[in-house]
Design a protein around this ligand. Structure first.
Ligand SMILES: Nc1ncnc2c1ncn2[C@@H]1O[C@H](COP(=O)(O)OP(=O)(O)OP(=O)(O)O)[C@@H](O)[C@H]1O
Ligand SMILES: [Mg+2]
Length: 409
C-alpha cells in the first residue's frame, strides 16, 4: 500500500498495461489461428466434395467407354459421346493398355516443349501415368463381346482437375497473402508509433532543458556574486552550492542532448566510467563496492559524454537497488567483435527468465518508488543516439545480473 501512496500510477500502470498487452496478444493469436483453421477446414471440405465428384465422373466415363464399345449400333452412343466424354475438358485422363502402356486415348494433357516427337510424347505420357497412379487408383475398363465375356481390358488413369488442385492450395495462398499484409500493416503501425514516441521524448526533453536553463543561469550568477563578496564568510556554503549547481548543469545538459542531435566524440572509457563511479560512490552505501576494469586502459569509444554518463549512472543505480545497498558492482570494458563491450554486473537479486526483455519497456518496474523509465531511457540513448545495443547478458535469480552494452569504437 505504501507504494501506491508514493506513486499513484504505479499499480494501475504496471499491471493493466502489461497484463492487457499480453492478453491482447494471446487473443489476437488465438483468433488468427481459429480463422486460419476454419478457412482451411472449409476449403478442404469443398475440395473433398469436388474430389468425390471427379471420381464418380471418372467411373461414369469408364462405364460409358465400355458401353460404347459393347453396345455397338446403339443410337445413344452419340449422346453419351457428346454429353459425357467430350465435355471432360478439365480432368487429365490417360488410357493405357492392361500392361500400363499409354494409348493414343488421353484428354486434357498438355505436352511440354521438349516433347516434340511422338516417341518423346509417349515418354511424357508414361511419366504422367506414374504421377497419376500415385494420386488416384486407376479404373479398369472391361470390353465385353456380345456373349458377355471380357475380351479386352484397358486402364484409365486420372488426376485432379486444375480447379481442384487450385482449390487445395487456395487457403494457403490466401493466408500467406493476408499474413504478409498484416505484417506490413504491423510494421507501418510500429513505425508511426515509434515516430510519435520520438516526438514526445524529444519535445519533453527540449522543453525541460529550456525550463531548467533560466534558473540555472540565475543560480550561476548568484554564485559568482557570493564568490566576489569578501564579506561572505562561509566558503563551505559556496562549495556545496557549486556542487549542486554543477549537478543542475549536468542534468540540463543531459536533457538538452536528448532533445537534439547529440555530438559523439572519442572519449576515454576509463575516464568517463571512473568519474561516474566516483560520483555514485559518494551517494550510495559504503557496503556497495565498485570495480572498474578497462582493457586496455586507453580504450576510447564514440559517445556523447553526458548521455553515456547517464547510462552508466542508471545501470549502477538499478544494480544498487537490486543488491539492497550491499554487494559488488563490476564494470568491465573490452573490445568485442569490432565493438566496445561494456558489461555492468552486480551481485543482486537477479531478473527472472520471463522478464529479461520486459525490463526495457516503459513503465515496467518492481519497485515501490520506481517509474520504470530508467532502462527505457538507457535503451534509447544506446540504440537511437549511439547506434549501439543493450541487453541482459546474463542473470540468475539471487545471484546477480550482467547488462551488456555494445558501442562503436
Ligand atoms: N540490475 C538489476 N537487477 C535486477 N533487476 C533489475 C536490474 N535492473 C533493472 N531491474 C528490473 O527492471 C525494472 C525496470 O528498471 P528501470 O530502471 O527501467 O526502472 P526502475 O528502476 O524500476 O525505475 P526508475 O524509472 O526509477 O529507474 C526494475 O524495476 C527491476 O525490477
Ligand atoms: Mg532504474
Amino acid at each position: 500500500m505504501r507504494g501506491i501512496a508514493q506513486n499513484p500510477f504505479r499499480d494501475g500502470f504496471n499491471f493493466s498495461v502489461f497484463q492487457n498487452r499480453t492478453l491482447a496478444r494471446v487473443a489476437i493469436l488465438v483468433t488468427a489461428f481459429v480463422i486460419s483453421a476454419a478457412s482451411i477446414f472449409y476449403t478442404n471440405n469443398i475440395a473433398s466434395q469436388l474430389r468425390e465428384r471427379e471420381r464418380r465422373f471418372i467411373d461414369l466415363y469408364a462405364k460409358s467407354l465400355e458401353f460404347i464399345t459393347n453396345e455397338t449400333g446403339n443410337e445413344n452412343i452419340n449422346l453419351i459421346a457428346q454429353d459425357i466424354i467430350m465435355p471432360n475438358n478439365s480432368i487429365p485422363v490417360i488410357i493405357t493398355t492392361s500392361e500400363g502402356q499409354p494409348t493414343s486415348e488421353y484428354r486434357n494433357i498438355e505436352f511440354p516443349n521438349w516433347a516434340d516427337t511422338e516417341e518423346k510424347q509417349k515418354e511424357y505420357l508414361r511419366e504422367r501415368v506414374a504421377q497419376m497412379a500415385e494420386e488416384h487408383d486407376p479404373v479398369t475398363i472391361e470390353y465385353k463381346g456380345p456373349d458377355g465375356e471380357v475380351f479386352f481390358t484397358q486402364i484409365m488413369y486420372y488426376q485432379n482437375s486444375y480447379l481442384l488442385r487450385q482449390l487445395t492450395i487456395y487457403p494457403y495462398v490466401q493466408l500467406t497473402v493476408i499474413g504478409i499484409f498484416a505484417f506490413v500493416v504491423y510494421l507501418a503501425f510500429n513505425y508511426s508509433r515509434r515516430a510519435e514516441q520520438n516526438k514526445v521524448w524529444v519535445g519533453l526533453a527540449k522543453e525541460t532543458a529550456h525550463q531548467l536553463g533560466t534558473p540555472l543561469s540565475s543560480l550561476m550568477a548568484w554564485l559568482d556574486y557570493f564568490r566576489a563578496d569578501e564579506d561572505f564568510t562561509h566558503p563551505e556554503v559556496i562549495e556545496e552550492l557549486e556542487k549542486d549547481v554543477e549537478k543542475f548543469r549536468i542534468i540540463t545538459e543531459r536533457f538538452s542532448n536528448i532533445g537534439s542531435e547529440p555530438v559523439l566524440k572519442d572519449e576515454s572509457m576509463h575516464g568517463i566510467i571512473q568519474q561516474t563511479v566516483q560520483y555514485l560512490q559518494r551517494r550510495v552505501s559504503s557496503k556497495v563496492k565498485f570495480k572498474v576494469m578497462v582493457q586496455p586502459e586507453e580504450l576510447t569509444g564514440k559517445v556523447n559524454r553526458s548521455l553515456f554518463e547517464w547510462v552508466i549512472e542508471n545501470l549502477c543505480k538499478n544494480a544498487v537497488d537490486a543488491m539492497g545497498g550491499d554487494g559488488f558492482i563490476t564494470i568491465h570494458v573490452f573490445r568485442h567483435e569490432g565493438r566496445i563491450a561494456v558489461d555492468v554486473s552486480d551481485t543482486g537479486k537477479g531478473i527472472p527468465k520471463g522478464k529479461l526483455r520486459a525490463v526495457f519497456r516503459p513503465g515496467f518496474t518492481t519497485k515501490q518508488r520506481g517509474w520504470g523509465l530508467g532502462l527505457t531511457l538507457v535503451k534509447r540513448i544506446v540504440e537511437e543516439y549511439h547506434e549501439g545495443k543493450i541487453f541482459v547478458k546474463q542473470s540468475e535469480v539471487d545471484k546477480g545480473t550482467t547488462f551488456r552494452l555494445l558501442l562503436r569504437p
